[in-house]
Design a protein around this ligand. Structure first.
Ligand SMILES: Nc1ncnc2c1ncn2[C@@H]1O[C@H](COP(=O)(O)OP(=O)(O)OP(=O)(O)O)[C@@H](O)[C@H]1O
Length: 122
């Protein structure tokens, strides 16, 4: 992990963002803030802190509501931590993650992996 990039990224955050991003990783953290106030940037800082603390990227799950937010988060991580780490991290929308989970355990749900999801109007 590029620690220069990590320090630089942290410097770009405000004091409260940095405090949240760097707080003790063994303690659950909840961030409540308004739209466009810097939550995603803080979450990227948090992910980078987890990586810096030695957490295996394959053991990190970052969930978002929109695909745009997931892509943006991955891109920001890629810039600082590199392509390989960004690829290993599970950054996904809530819907995509749940679909993957259902497909991986389809047999337990009495389904095959090629089940279809029906939405409104179908
Ligand atoms: N500390 C900061 N200093 C300057 N700009 C910042 C800072 N934190 C975030 N920004 C910028 O503000 C904008 C919104 O940040 P971000 O996407 O992190 O907010 P958000 O709360 O996740 O937004 P949304 O509610 O739309 O998901 C982005 O352009 C981001 O680069």
């Amino acid at each position: 992990m590029v620690s220069d990039g990590y320090s630089k990224y942290l410097q770009s955050l405000s004091d409260v963002q940095r405090e949240a991003a760097c707080s003790d990783i063994s303690v659950p953290l909840m961030i409540v803030a308004g739209p466009g106030s810097g939550k995603t940037s803080t979450m990227v800082g948090r992910l980078l802190t987890l990586l810096k603390e030695g957490i295996d990227p394959r053991n990190i799950l970052a969930m978002t509501f929109t695909t745009a937010a997931a892509a943006e988060m991955r891109e920001r991580i890629r810039t600082v931590a590199g392509k390989a780490i960004a690829k290993e991290l599970m950054i996904s929308t809530l819907h995509s993650f749940c679909l993957q989970l259902c497909r991986s355990h389809a047999d337990k749900l009495g389904r095959t992996t090629d089940f279809l999801i029906y939405g409104h109007g179908q």
